[in-house]
Design a protein around this ligand. Structure first.
Ligand code: UDP
Ligand code: MG
Length: 139
């Protein structure tokens, strides 16, 4: 079944000029890029996006990093898109990510790990709605 997920090319990857290579991998994997925009999150906007992690010890550092520069947010569409994109990204910690994954290849640390992906249909719906309007996603 065709599914949508929210993907982010995080500020570390944009700053290091890795966006083009990551987008090539997205297309090579067969995703449709249904919507895309570049934006520089404020700290409160990053805190809202990661609200589920607000009690975690890394929350302050993570939201500081995510608001440190521009990011590219996009809606990816494919059969089983949520799992498919998380598989392409690899594990959160690049030291544990499988060979050939984006995080294994490009990430500098568990925090500066180049990409984000939704982890379930409910989070995908929240995260897509956080950045894109309903009208942007009607074919
Ligand atoms: N993160 C971190 N330290 C940790 C765990 C996570 O800095 O110990 C950061 C990292 O950038 C990660 C984000 O917080 O991508 C969200 O964490 P999550 O567990 O949701 O990982 P993801 O779903 O991105 O793989
Ligand atoms: Mg997550």
């Amino acid at each position: 079944m065709t599914e949508r997920t929210l993907a982010i090319i995080k500020p570390d990857a944009v700053q290091r000029h890795l966006a083009g290579r990551i987008l090539q991998r997205v297309e090579d994997a067969g995703f449709q890029i249904r919507a895309m925009r570049r934006l520089h999150l404020s700290k409160p906007q990053a805190e809202g996006f990661y609200a589920v992690h607000r009690e975690r010890p890394f929350f302050g550092s993570l939201t500081g990093f995510m608001s440190s520069g521009p990011a590219i947010v996009m809606v990816l569409e494919a059969p089983d898109a949520i799992k498919k994109w998380r598989t392409l990204m690899g594990a959160t910690d690049p030291a544990k990510a499988d060979a050939g994954t984006l995080r294994q290849e490009f990430a500098e640390s568990i925090e500066r790990n180049v990409t984000h992906g939704s982890d379930a249909p409910e989070t995908a719906a929240f995260e897509i709605g956080y950045f894109f309007a309903w009208i942007d996603l009607i074919q």
